[in-house]
Design a binder for this molecule. Sequence first.
Ligand code: MG
Length: 223
Amino acid sequence: MIDTVFIDIDGTLLDFEACVEESMRLGLIERGIDYKDEMLVTFHRINDGLWRDLEKGKLTFEELLRIRWATVFEELGIDLDGPEFERYFRARLHESAIPMAGAFEVLEYLKPKYRLFAASNGPHEQQVERLRKADMLKYFEEVFTSGKIGAEKPAKEFFEYCFEKAGVTKAEDCVMLGDSLTSDMKGGSGAGMKTVWLNLKGEEKPEWVDFEIKSLDEIKNII
Ligand SMILES: [Mg+2]
């Protein structure tokens, strides 16, 4: 019987895309660059590629931070210092916590029924601070992050650490809820958990994912 739910943070509880857009737009304007929407598209393409490499173990988080904005600026032909902008960007993201639609309602619904843990790929202090700022920290027994664990979802080590700290003995009694197939669903499934995919873009559900929901409130139909 399901008694524990692990929930991804970005793209699931917090609207990371909205935080990224705001931080990038304001940062560029402050530095005298004329911001255009297509710059965000370029950032996402490069950033997604780097995160995929990170999830595959081809790149460390530190390497990602070192090259991310330099790569974006080079492609956009913008003459700015990549590492400097990275420091600004992360500081601003650290502050930003824009909730996803339905996030509070789903936490209110789940909290009385299940043990709740956050499970996120990201720096520990930042993720804890953003949950606190969004007033979501109170719902979680503990916040598990790759920054603290030293392994990224979908790695088995990430989930083994979570299970040990949470005192989980039966993975099949746990649910992993998240928006990413490559980290949340692959990781949760690999660790033996039930998987619930927040499929906001209407992509096709792979067979190995247990459940999909099109909005957070649909989780009520599953658990
Ligand atoms: Mg996510």
